[in-house]
Design a protein around this ligand. Structure first.
Ligand SMILES: *Cc1c(COP(=O)(O)O)cnc(C)c1O
Length: 374
């Protein structure tokens, strides 16, 4: 039995007719940029992220562009520092450099792999212009200490919620707690488009307006440019696809949680839960398991064994930011952020999609048991 890391087909098949109808609707309307599908999708996501009706949602071209445009809209630029974890997907820190600012990297919590809140607070300096906590793998970072310190210092918080749509922290939605929340609809995210897509959510109406301006070259009205923005728009076809999928999101994320609990149980039943570290559910957090990542000492050998029996895995992420060649100007060295370095050496993401079956999971776990006992 082969178990792929991802199986987008399993989600697509039952929705195929609805998805094709939605795409056809856009084609028939010939409205490909902006228009009613994008507007409706923004309203629908706004009411998910801010059930009280106080959140504005702006559809964007990707999660990366959501982060970039958030920094642009907040006026972050040369001479400014932005605090980010050293362990995340590249875009989190890449965007900071793209606006000319400097990432101020901090280590992560060894249990959750999310930004260490004490380290984030300690990194605040007079030059800090934003903090970007990441809700990695689908579980919210410990936000309260960060939000409190940012409020005291008057610094905006940009949540990188690319992997966490629908996750909650003490009852609050990911992406609703900071000044802005950035989401991605990359196909492998819990809510995946048929291409690239993203969204920025904010309670700040002026910020939402600024982001709407920037996503369209800063033009208002057409051909009159108040700012230098870019083309950061969400396509109508992607919005239509996402609107078909959105009503299923909560069910899919619940299925991922069920699968995660099942993995935990299977690892315990195999008696190997002490040889690997299972993902930690932080108190007060509802995890949406965009990734189920274990940590295991001889990770590369385990991964090679799994590949040899047809089980797909991935390493999120093998190289922390402070050891990336492109960030060499930051002047970091191996050893600067030991927690992130050890996670990067040990982390392994297993298949976790909603459609995964119990027998596939049993297969994955027995293959891992074999590899760690060898
Ligand atoms: C996917 C992802 C992004 C970027 O989103 P794209 O839509 O792929 O540009 C940013 N941050 C994190 C943590 C991500 O997982």
């Amino acid at each position: 039995m082969t178990v792929p890391l991802l199986d987008l087909e399993g989600q697509y098949r039952p929705l195929r007719a609805d998805l094709l109808e939605a795409i056809t609707r856009v084609c028939d309307s010939q409205r490909f940029i902006g228009g009613p599908e994008v507007d409706a999708f923004e309203r629908e996501v706004a009411s998910l992220v801010g059930p009280a009706g106080d959140v504005h949602a702006v559809g964007l071209s990707s999660g990366t562009d959501a982060l970039l445009v958030a920094l642009m809209a907040l006026g972050v630029g040369p001479g400014d520092e932005v605090i980010t974890p050293t362990f995340s997907f590249f875009a989190t820190a890449g965007c900071v450099v793209r606006v000319g600012a400097t990432p101020k990297l901090v280590d992560v919590d060894p249990r959750t792999c999310n930004i260490d809140p004490a380290a984030a607070v300690a990194a605040i300096s007079p030059r800090t212009r934003a903090i970007i906590p990441v809700h990695l793998f689908g579980q919210c970072a410990d936000m309260d200490p960060i939000l409190d310190a940012a409020k005291t210092a008057g610094i905006p918080v940009i949540e990188d919620a690319a992997q966490a749509i629908g996750a909650t922290y003490k009852g609050r939605q990911a992406g609703s707690m900071g000044t802005a929340g950035c989401f991605s609809f990359f196909p492998s995210k819990n809510l995946g488009a048929f291409g690239d897509g993203g969204l920025l959510a904010t309670r700040d109406e002026r910020l939402a307006h600024e982001v709407r301006l920037l996503r369209n070259h800063g033009a208002e009205p057409k051909y009159v440019h108040k700012r230098v923005g870019g083309n950061f728009r969400l396509d109508a076809v992607q919005a239509a696809v996402l609107r078909v999928k959105l009503p299923h999101l909560a069910r899919w994320s619940a299925a991922r949680r069920r699968n995660a609990d099942r993995y935990d149980r299977l690892f315990r039943e195999h008696g190997i839960a002490d040889r690997i570290m299972l993902p930690v559910r932080a108190p007060g957090c509802e995890h949406i398991f965009n990734q189920y990542t274990i940590r295991v000492a001889n990770r590369d050998a385990v991964r090679a064994h799994l590949a040899s029996v047809g089980i797909g895995t991935e390493i999120y992420y093998p190289v922390p930011f402070h050891l990336q060649e492109c960030f060499a100007p930051l002047g970091h060295r191996r050893g600067d952020f030991p927690v992130a370095e050890s996670i990067a050496a040990e982390t392994l993401a297993l298949p976790i999609y909603a459609e995964l079956t119990e027998s596939q999971q049993a297969e994955v776990v027995s293959a891992i048991a074999k590899a760690v006992s060898a």
